[in-house]
Design a protein around this ligand. Sequence first.
Ligand SMILES: [Zn+2]
Length: 245
Amino acid sequence: MRDMAKELLKMTRDEVAEAVADFPVAILPLGATEQHGHHLPLGVDVYLAEGISRKLAQRTGALLLPSLPFGYSWVWRDIPGTVSLEQHRVEGVIKDVAKSVQRYGIQLLVLVNGHDANNASMKYAVRELQDELDLTVIHLFYPNLDNVMKTHCESPTWHGMVHACEFETSLMLALCPEMVDMKKAVREYPKKPLLYGKSTISLGDLSKSGVYGDATLATKYKGEAMITEFLNTMEACLLQAYKSS
Ligand SMILES: [Zn+2]
């Protein structure tokens, strides 16, 4: 394991040139700026994607790009602090980053996402890039999430959703414990309306606390164990994609 991640923003042009010649792989963390209950900050999705990406960069020697702080957060748009991009713009930013890094020799771009609503944007951006560029792009969102949660979390998800719950709170306790206020953590499982997913009724309308699940059961230990599992799979995916790039 290497000591320091190669963080693009802290490097000179010469250091970047050297890093790309050495291992032409870059990691782009994708986050969001949106509410995560009363016990977590708005930047959870950024901090998680970035924290995991930094560890992946340390393990592999890939270049760590600056994190995208905004995603598509329409459902929370009326809650103070939310900053949302239009969905197609998230795709556009991913594509622009890919075109940029490809120009100076990056052969594999790894998208590491911390925000569920970015998944659609990643998938379509990567498909379009396949036709437009000679660059391999893979997109990762908490690989094998269901199994990892089954092993390490005690509380059920709210209809498969992970938001400000035992899962995300545990990851935050592992990566940025100073930002978590467990005294304010709650358990909330709102009733799911018939028209949820079939209308504009969305997450922002349902949970009073903004939590979906049981944040009170979160621990640092669970977070660390899950992050290790994610990293093992992510490292394997990165190396396999690099081999075939
Ligand atoms: Zn989140």
